[in-house]
Design a protein around this ligand. Structure first.
Ligand code: EPZ
Length: 418
């Protein structure tokens, strides 16, 4: 298994280009199942999770042709409605094929996505939403089975905003008979990008990006070309925090500042200098990093996917900061690894972390546990004195394209050891 080795203490300088967003690409690629024809995408990131969903679609009978950032999916020959355990267990987001399959074929069998390191990750809201649309849901030896002659529009209320739940049901409702309304819907930019793409294919979706999304069902969707994947706001935030942590000066290109207002706001409060441009952000770190408190909440609040990275920054801040993780029940695993680097963190009742800033972190061998935790360890390694070796970097490869190359282009002393 690969490792990433970092010799810390260097400021990051230079320019970095952000890749397409993993969490925008996954639902968009799944939406190609809805079309009896070809759908093509550009600015697709080269990630393990993208490979996984292409394998899943090919297993269903779709054909995927990709070359440097372009992907064409042909859904006309899909002949299988079962997403197998072996493929689903590699990536929970495979649940995103459930809505499209039952909407287009009236039948779907998807292996229950297990939990993961950060939490149980139930899909009850996905299933109750499909039932509201008239699907008959049953469980069969670890598989979710959904059946419906034709889905029928209805009102669906989410107890809490769910990103993939909103995406799954928006896709399913696109082909339902009549009107659906999703209430308390997730408002992430990835939801808007999916609705825009579905509307390009002939869907009638209004209100994406707000808490109430209305979908007028249509009979079928048609091929669409050149759906561009939006920039990855979490990759952008990761480089912003790394620039602030190292006291460097980084110009981040190909990003969408509008998607990052909560992170910009918090980083400014730590004392970093942030300048925003049309599709770029410049972050200039300062010697002194002020402690600030954060609470992760649904978009447009501070994203849970940035919590681990921000915690790494707070470990070397000038005071104490309280981090409240309100989305997932076990998303502080990175804290134990940060302690190995000399951080001073205490966790109380599972979702509150008190981070007491220390002068210096010391490099050490650490282990990545999930995608964003691994980013947190890279940031800590960049500022720690000495060498940090991060194992299990396959977690990183799921969501960050060539991360060590991008950081070494910013003058970091970072290498991947095969
Ligand atoms: C999406 O996961 C993202 N993944 C996650 O990013 C992200 O952390 C999360 O949204 C929250 O922003 C993709 O988009 C592929 P949720 P998702 O449904 O949709 C509970 C990363 O690092 N819930 O919004 O699975 C759930 O347990 C990944 O890229 C239910 O209880 O998250 C959680 O507490 C990690 N029942 C909360 O809602 C349900 O049916 C929000 O989860 C669904 C969710």
């Amino acid at each position: 298994m690969d490792k990433i080795q970092i010799n810390g203490g260097k400021k990051l300088y230079g320019e970095v280009t952000i890749s397409g967003a993993k969490n925008a690409a996954l639902p968009l690629i799944a939406s190609a199942i809805l079309v009896n024809g070809k759908t093509s995408f550009s600015n697709v990131p080269d990630l393990m999770d993208i490979k996984s969903i292409k394998l899943l679609l090919e297993d269903l009978g779709a054909t995927c042709k990709s070359s440097n950032g372009y992907l064409e999916v042909d859904g006309s020959n899909i002949h299988k409605i079962e997403a197998e355990y072996d493929l689903v267990r590699k990536m929970r987001a495979s649940i995103l094929v459930l809505g499209p399959l039952v909407a287009r074929f009236g039948h779907a069998k998807v292996s229950m996505p297990g939990g993961c390191a950060i939490g149980a990750r139930p899909v009850n809201m996905h299933l109750s939403g499909l039932e509201a649309l008239g699907a008959e849901i049953s469980m069969d030896h670890g598989y979710i089975e959904a059946k419906a002659n034709r889905l029928v529009g209805n009102e669906i209320y989410f107890d809490t905003p769910t990103v993939t739940g909103t995406e799954n049901l928006m896709m399913a409702a696109s082909l339902a008979k009549g009107t659906s309304i999703l209430r308390n819907a997730a408002r992430e930019p990835e939801i808007v990008s999916l609705a825009d793409a579905l509307n390009k294919m002939g869907a009638q979706i209004h209100g994406a990006g707000t808490a109430i999304i209305t979908i007028e069902g249509v009979k079928s969707l048609s091929s669409s070309s050149e759906i561009t994947i939006i920039p990855d706001r979490i990759e952008t935030g990761t480089f912003m925090v790394a620039a602030a942590a190292t006291g460097g000066d980084v110009f981040i290109k190909n990003c969408e500042p509008d998607h990052l207002s909560s992170i910009i706001n918090k980083l400014k409060a730590t004392g970093a200098e942030i300048r925003t441009y049309q599709n770029a952000i410049r972050v200039t770190g300062k010697e002194c990093i002020h402690s600030v408190d954060i609470k992760t909440v649904p978009y447009p609040g501070f994203p849970t996917d940035m919590q681990a990275q921000f915690m790494a920054l707070m470990t070397i801040a000038d005071g104490n900061s309280v981090i409240h993780e309100s989305i997932f029940e076990n998303r502080f695993i990175h804290a134990n690894e940060l302690l190995r680097l000399g951080a001073d963190i205490s966790i109380s009742n599972g979702n509150l972390a008190m981070v007491r800033g220390v002068k210096k972190l010391q490099g050490a061998p650490v282990m990545a546990s999930d995608l964003r935790a691994s980013a947190s360890l890279v940031i800590a390694g960049l500022v720690a004195e000495g060498t940090t070796a991060i194992s299990r970097v396959y977690h990183m490869d799921r969501g960050y394209e060539a991360i060590e190359k991008k950081f070494s282009q910013l003058d970091a002393d970072i290498i991947r050891i095969k």
